[in-house]
Design a protein around this ligand. Structure first.
Ligand SMILES: Nc1ncnc2c1ncn2[C@@H]1O[C@H](COP(=O)(O)OP(=O)(O)OP(=O)(O)O)[C@@H](O)[C@H]1O
Length: 269
């Protein structure tokens, strides 16, 4: 009998950054991370600054090899970047000399030939992201929020099945970020992708996710997983509901309980 494939499987994941001479010591960033993500899920990873969130994402993307343990995407061991993985980072990193469409088509070009189908897909993504009419603009002619939308469209342009997002809205103002979250929820639902988001924003994680994974202080390891009990369509109205505040409170308590425990260990309290 064929077994169902998980979207992502992290097993006993550990990463140690090597030291450099006497001045920089080796650093264990991530320890013993086990996580399975199912197709169509939206999983956020939250945790204190420097606890290894980006390191985990880079290992999933095939940009960094684990020191121990393994990463599987759609059942296959990840040993390098793969076409079915799209990635968007905090900094949109668009090519300034290319227009919006040209930037979005970049991963398609890198993986092969730009087909009519790819052009149509990009046009559809830009429309969904509220960028119709801006196709021929250059990055400097866009707002920060628009640039991030382009980065997300670019990440989806080659039709990946797994979308990895590393703080894509971290540099945006609160209002724009809220709008981007609502847009991202819609894009996620409409495209049916599996998504993993790294974020510092507890509200953002709870608003967008089917599951929120909480990491400890470095070396980051999973301390809890919280499942926001809301249907897939997340609206602005949800943000002011008491149930929403309650789940955010749970995440916050769990994260700060971890921090308190870590500082008590340090001080011997
Ligand atoms: N290329 C690298 N070489 C050496 N150490 C690194 C490298 N990249 C990250 N680190 C270290 O690994 C640890 C985890 O970094 P990482 O960027 O994964 O954390 P993070 O949780 O994403 O942080 P933040 O929330 O502040 O973005 C940090 O202590 C960092 O200094």
């Amino acid at each position: 009998m064929a077994t169902a494939r998980h979207a992502v499987e992290l097993a006993g994941l550990r990463h140690v950054f090597p030291g450099r001479g006497r001045s920089v010591q080796a650093m264990e960033a991530v320890r013993n991370v086990d996580l399975t993500v199912e197709p169509g899920e939206f999983v956020s990873i939250v945790g204190p600054s420097g606890c290894g969130k980006s390191t985990i994402l880079k290992m999933i993307a095939g940009l960094l090899r684990p020191t121990e343990g393994g990463v599987r995407v759609w059942g296959e061991e990840v040993t390098g970047p793969r076409r079915e993985i799209g990635i968007a980072l905090q900094d949109a990193t668009l090519l300034p000399w290319r227009d919006v469409v040209g930037n979005c088509l970049l991963p398609v070009e890198l993986h092969g030939k730009v087909t009519d189908e790819a052009r149509e897909r990009v046009a559809g993504l830009l429309k969904r992201a509220g960028l119709a009419g801006f196709e021929t603009r250059r990055p400097k002619e866009l707002s920060g929020g628009m640039r991030q939308r382009v980065a997300i469209c670019r990440a989806l342009a080659d039709d990946p099945t797994l979308l990895l997002l590393d703080e894509p809205f971290g540099a945006l103002d609160a209002l724009t970020r809220e709008q981007m979250n609502i847009d991202l929820n819609r894009i996620w639902r409409e495209t049916g992708k599996t998504a993993i988001l790294i974020t510092h924003g507890i509200e953002e994680a709870v608003l967008l996710s089917t599951r929120v994974v909480l990491l400890s202080e470095r070396p980051g390891t999973i301390v809890d997983v919280i499942t926001p009990p809301f249907p897939p369509t997340r609206t602005r109205e949800l943000l002011s509901r008491p149930e929403f505040a309650e789940v955010c409170g749970q995440v916050r308590d769990r994260l700060f309980a971890g921090e308190r425990a870590a500082s008590a260990t340090e001080t011997g309290a």
